[in-house]
Design a protein around this ligand. Structure first.
Ligand SMILES: [Fe+2]
Length: 315
């Protein structure tokens, strides 16, 4: 059985390459088993397609459950990766977790999955178990295009950034609180009350230069000086955020590597570029989205319940 190449209205084109590439089943009613077999039979072709398009949407394959999704992921034969980060994620099936428990009315800003960790996934899969009745799109953006546009629009900022790098502080709130994006999980992941040991364990896993314990019990993870732009998979991609994961500026502490402050115009240019370059994917029930995490950033637009998007990450 052959995949049928399709189109979605939201898709965009960069240098003649469609983003994302959409695949449908051949005519007829489909079930998860058939997609599993098709993936197994066309694995190499799918890998090449992903290499070219960076994002593939599988639509109309009759997937209904987390188990179905897990079997599709497994068919690609990439090694499973465990999640390390601030989101609260719960396992719902083999290789499948909930995406994020943060209330749906909050934006989760653009990021590469686990960009602040020493080891990050090369691929990320999303599965739409239940689309949001309104909004709730997963937004995706090709990160190398972000670099190109930033170089065009704010060349002086980019020159300084490559010279000094930048320092990124990401702050948590005091307690585990599922209503905050960057709040939680740390105490659960790094199980110690000892601050020095906490810092040591964090540094083992995260690309983190220090951990600050602020008043009121919040913690700031300090990354850098580093360059947010990395060469990955043969492309120069905007790998580390300069906007933070939330829309709350208090959650982020940002400066150049020489401790001077970031110009607001550069941050505005960055926001604008993300917004004009991204594709806001309007989910349909049963959709599977496969992203090359080395060159695509993703975000969650505010939506309304019920919305259930599941996730799986691969080494
Ligand atoms: Fe994510």
């Amino acid at each position: 059985m052959e995949f049928v190449e399709g189109k979605i209205v939201e898709e965009k084109e960069f240098g003649g390459v469609v983003f994302p590439k959409t695949l449908h089943p051949p005519n007829g009613v489909y079930e998860a088993n058939e997609l599993v077999e098709m993936v197994k039979g066309k694995r190499e072709w799918l890998c090449e397609l992903l290499q070219r398009h960076s994002a593939i949407l599988f639509r109309g394959f009759g997937l209904f459950s987390a188990q179905d999704f897990g079997r599709v992921v497994e068919a690609f034969k990439w090694d499973e990766m465990g999640y390390l980060g601030p989101a609260a994620r719960f396992k719902v099936a083999d290789r499948v977790q909930t995406a994020n428990e943060v209330p749906l009315d909050q934006l989760i800003n653009f990021h590469h999955e686990m960009a602040q960790a020493k080891q990050f996934p090369s691929k990320i899969f999303f599965f739409c178990s239940q689309p949001s009745p309104e909004g709730g799109e997963t937004s995706i953006v090709p990160s190398h295009i972000v670099v190109e546009k930033m170089e065009e629009r704010v060349p002086e900022f980019m020159a300084k950034l490559s010279q000094t790098g930048y320092i990124l502080g990401l702050k948590t709130r005091k307690d585990n609180d599922s209503s905050e994006i960057f709040s939680q999980a740390w105490k659960l992941i790094i199980k110690t009350e000892d601050k020095a040991e906490f810092e040591e364990r964090v540094k083992e896993k995260m690309d983190c230069s220090s951990v600050k314990f602020n008043e009121h019990g919040s913690v700031e993870f300090v990354h850098g000086p580093m360059n947010p732009i990395r060469e990955l998979g043969g492309r120069r991609v905007w790998f580390n955020t300069i906007l933070g994961y939330t829309s709350d500026e208090r959650d982020i502490n940002l400066r150049f590597g020489d401790e001077t402050s970031f110009p607001l115009e550069a941050l505005d240019a960055h926001k604008k570029i993300l917004d004009e370059t991204c594709v806001d994917l309007k989910w349909e029930k049963g959709d599977v989205l496969l992203l090359d995490n080395l060159c695509v950033q993703h975000a969650r637009r505010p939506g309304k319940p019920p919305r259930v998007i599941l996730v799986s990450i691969c080494k």
